[in-house]
Write a protein that binds this ligand. Structure first.
Ligand SMILES: Cc1cc2nc3c(=O)[nH]c(=O)nc-3n(C[C@H](O)[C@H](O)[C@H](O)COP(=O)(O)OP(=O)(O)OC[C@H]3O[C@@H](n4cnc5c(N)ncnc54)[C@H](O)[C@@H]3O)c2cc1C
Length: 442
């Protein structure tokens, strides 16, 4: 039987609710670690953390419980409202970093990187928690504290495989100065829980920023793609970019041999149903709702056709709004304001997946007696056809996620697979357009 202090974490791991945010590992003083980063990447408890650490870990873990109202209060104060789809916000904009280099090096409009650079230059922060690629193992992401512009720039771009950002908590705790923190929604949930609990590990954080997140993939996605091209050894990767080149960019893998494998982002998306981290299917935060500022891609034909990167940006806190305003005034950022309805429509697919699909999936799992996260709020009342659509989608996720399907996939040419996937996705999006937009945000 597990000791009481790690019981909660063990339960979260065993029930499939672990988000891999890394907080338990970071707070455990070596007692918990990620045993298999290139596999399931689950925390492994090798020793019992002392009682104080165990209590901190339990308070930080957002895998089973992330009360959105409590997180909203922790981030924005008790009086702040919360839009159930978009989260709390003061303004929404579409635009990009004005510096062409920052814009082109970023995942979409380079906005998150531009914000960090601007804050560092003005002395508002002394460092930024960012996620780049590991120099020693360039096929894996690595979180670090960037202390200069070059390091911030090196971490630009999205990483679409599991990142365990909060492992860096000990370094954050030891840091003297003010930090900006950049993390995915699930990682931010844990940070906000720690802030609410007064944990010293997060005392240096002055600002919290983060990308939108539809989902993340297991590292098996990269290994599988390589095998499709006849490359057996992922440790021969010299450089891995998930959004290389002109927006929306390509998944680009450069091997030590000099061979370059490249797939347009929308084609590489075919890997999602096969390698998605299943916990993402139970997450209800697309737009990183508890950050000071969050940014996503400005998905709309009018922007996509222009090629150069555009971001959708939410200024959520008063400080977030101030940063956006002053950056615009100083010519660091160009943003045009956007109405909430438009913002919803531009990501209707993502909101449908995470705000409606996730709640329906949780309903299905609860009926089966399986564990689901508690977000302290629930969206319900969806039409029967939305349930039917979800049942079909979930069967596909189950089928594609099996070892057999993954193995079979490797025998298909990724370029053909990507093109087919994109066509099917467009067809699917068109045929479910009305179901997905009906009642959205009501
Ligand atoms: C896993 C994942 C899923 C996403 N899903 C969607 C989606 O469904 N819809 C959508 O509109 N946008 C999504 N995004 C966001 C989008 O890809 C861009 O990150 C966002 O538009 C910000 O672009 P930017 O040019 O301003 O950021 P950049 O200037 O490129 O800066 C990105 C910052 O995010 C940090 N970062 C990157 N990847 C990670 C990671 N995996 N974990 C922690 N920190 C990271 C980097 O350190 C960097 O500081 C996703 C991003 C990620 C990482």
């Amino acid at each position: 039987m597990s000791a009481p202090s790690t019981e909660k974490i063990e339960k979260v791991i065993k029930s499939g609710l672990c988000t891999r945010c890394g907080s338990c590992v970071g707070l455990s003083n070596g007692a918990i670690n990620f045993a298999d980063r290139e596999g399931d990447c689950l925390p492994h408890i090798s020793a019992e953390p002392d009682a104080v650490r165990a209590a901190r870990i339990a308070a930080a873990c957002a895998g089973a419980e992330a009360d959105f109202n409590a997180l909203n209060t922790a981030a924005f104060g008790a009086d702040a409202g919360r839009h159930e789809y978009l989260g709390h916000f003061e303004s929404i904009g579409i635009g990009h970093a004005d510096d062409p280099q920052t814009r082109s090096e970023g995942a979409s409009g380079g906005v998150l990187t531009a914000i960090l650079l601007w804050l560092l230059e003005r002395g508002e922060i002394d460092g930024a928690v960012v996620t780049g690629m590991d120099e020693r193992r360039p096929w894996l992401p690595k979180t670090f504290i960037a202390r200069n512009a070059e390091e911030i720039r090196a971490a630009a771009q999205s990483k679409y495989v599991i990142t365990t950002v909060n492992e860096i908590l000990p370094e954050m705790e030891a840091f003297t100065g003010r930090l900006a923190y950049v993390g995915l929604p699930c990682q931010v949930h844990s940070i906000r829980r720690m802030q609410a609990a007064g944990d010293t590990a997060v005392k240096s954080i002055r600002f919290v920023f983060g990308p939108f997140c539809g989902n993340t993939l297991h590292f098996s996605s990269i290994k599988s793609l390589l095998r499709s091209y006849g490359e057996k050894d992922h440790t021969c990767i010299k450089r891995l970019d998930f959004r290389a080149g002109e927006w929306p960019g390509s998944l680009r893998i450069e091997m030590q041999s000099g061979r370059v494998i490249e797939l347009p982002k929308f084609h590489a998306n075919y890997l999602i149903p096969f390698h998605i981290m299943k916990r993402c299917l139970l997450c209800t935060d697309l737009a990183n709702e508890f950050t000071d500022i969050s940014g996503g891609d400005a998905w709309a034909p009018v922007y996509e056709e222009r090629g150069r990167g555009f971001s959708m940006v939410f200024a959520r806190s008063a400080e977030g709004s101030r940063i956006i305003r002053e950056m615009q005034e100083s010519g660091a950022l160009s943003l045009a304001s956007l109405e909430p309805d438009e913002a919803l429509k531009m990501h209707s697919h993502g909101y449908d997946l995470k705000k409606r699909g996730a709640f329906i999936r949780m309903e299905f799992l609860t009926k089966l007696g399986l564990a689901v996260p508690d977000y302290g709020y629930e969206l319900s009342g969806f039409k029967p056809k939305r349930y039917v659509m979800e049942a079909v989608l979930d069967q596909l996720f189950l089928l594609f996620g099996t070892r057999v399907s993954r193995a079979a996939l490797e025998h298909v040419n990724p370029e053909h697979m990507g093109a087919i996937f994109q066509r099917l996705r467009t067809l699917w999006k068109k045929s479910t357009h009305n179901i997905k937009r009906e009642q959205l945000g009501e």
